[in-house]
Design a protein around this ligand. Structure first.
Ligand code: SAM
Length: 178
């Protein structure tokens, strides 16, 4: 099962850090890739690719110029679309239903106002609490529920660096030559 994230409405000036963090959370918490729309911003791709090079993959990161066309194709390809929004149904009520389906998943997260059609296209509009907070937190909680916490032990392939957990201090092993 593939799990992709679509980040809508990226704004170069305001969202560099948050969109990068969405991608880092998507990667660390077991998704296969993050695609973003809004302003074209190659610095996001460079930052995330640098993390992939050092800490391992695989993980896809790309800018999507026309998200409506891209999303329709993903639906045609059989992806089940989830939209994370505080207005949706609580994650605890819908997650078992979502997990029963073995279809590939596409998780949509917004920046500012999300276009109304996204609520219609989504098979599930899912809330992570009924309070406003952050796409970074919403994505982390949703992925953790989707993968039952197993993503926390995910091993990445061809890393350059691997952390050796310590009681205190930091130990990083260089395992790849780059
Ligand atoms: N009021 C805005 C809305 O939902 O249209 C909140 C925008 S918030 C800064 C950016 C994104 O964070 C939202 O589009 C949504 O994907 C995510 N988000 C924020 N709070 C959430 C919640 N309680 N549950 C699920 N997703 C949430």
């Amino acid at each position: 099962m593939k799990v992709y994230v679509l980040r809508l409405g990226h704004r170069v000036q305001r969202d560099h850090r948050v969109t990068t963090h969405c991608a880092l959370v998507a990667r660390a918490f077991g998704a296969d890739g993050l695609f973003f729309t809004g302003d074209r911003d190659t610095s996001i791709i460079i930052s995330v690719q640098d993390i992939i090079n050092r800490w391992g993959g695989p993980f896809e990161i790309a800018y999507i110029p026309n998200w409506r066309v891209w999303l329709k194709k993903k639906v045609r390809d059989g992806f089940e679309v989830m939209h994370l929004t505080m207005y949706g149904r609580p994650v605890n009520k819908v997650i078992n239903n979502i997990k029963r389906s073995k279809k590939d998943k596409l998780i949509i997260i917004g920046a500012e106002k999300v276009p109304g059609e996204v609520y219609e296209i989504a098979r599930h509009n899912v809330s992570i609490t009924l309070q406003p907070h952050s796409e970074v937190a919403a994505l982390a909680v949703f992925l953790d529920r989707l993968f039952n916490g197993k993503e926390l032990e995910k091993k990445f392939t061809t890393p350059e660096l691997v952390i050796m957990p310590q009681f205190r201090g930091k130990k990083v092993k260089r395992v790849g030559k780059k």
